[in-house]
Design a protein around this ligand. Sequence first.
Ligand SMILES: Nc1ncnc2c1ncn2[C@@H]1O[C@H](COP(=O)(O)OP(=O)(O)OP(=O)(O)O)[C@@H](O)[C@H]1O
Ligand SMILES: [Mg+2]
Length: 147
Amino acid sequence: MRTELASVSASETERIAAVLAGRLMVGDVVGVSGELGAGKTTFVRGACRALGVTSPVTSPTFTIGHRYSGDVDVSHLDFYRFAGVSAAEWGDLEPYFEDAIVFVEWPEVGASVLPPARLTVALEHAGGDRRRIALASAETALVQGVS
Ligand SMILES: Nc1ncnc2c1ncn2[C@@H]1O[C@H](COP(=O)(O)OP(=O)(O)OP(=O)(O)O)[C@@H](O)[C@H]1O
Ligand SMILES: [Mg+2]
């Protein structure tokens, strides 16, 4: 099931992310893709806030990921600077996936090792602050009725 939404501001993207976050559970992997500046980290921040994370949510720069504590644990991985993920590197990443909801920026890079995503989010520039947000999941209920 695939559905497309429009967002006109960063705060609207955060709000959409918050609605979706409420449908997630520990163990879920969410792929968040899109060009530079499309709003991937903004989306993850909105989801984190809804999940009770109060610490700053920023792009992992010097590390591949962050793990936050909220009402549940939330991991945020960013594969931007990686060409791919080897099986050995996957060993280092595995703890991020234990007992957490995991958001992955540039999931294409880790496709060979990542667990399947329950939800994928693709953000696209649509002029100015506008973004198209495509949601896809095998579960219709997960992506339907977000507004
Ligand atoms: N509708 C919108 N949705 C999301 N972000 C928006 C929107 N309109 C403007 N912005 C702005 O665009 C920028 C998006 O930055 P963000 O770091 O979230 O993108 P990103 O996709 O994670 O980029 P990167 O590829 O560098 O990781 C922010 O400055 C945000 O405020
Ligand atoms: Mg980012």
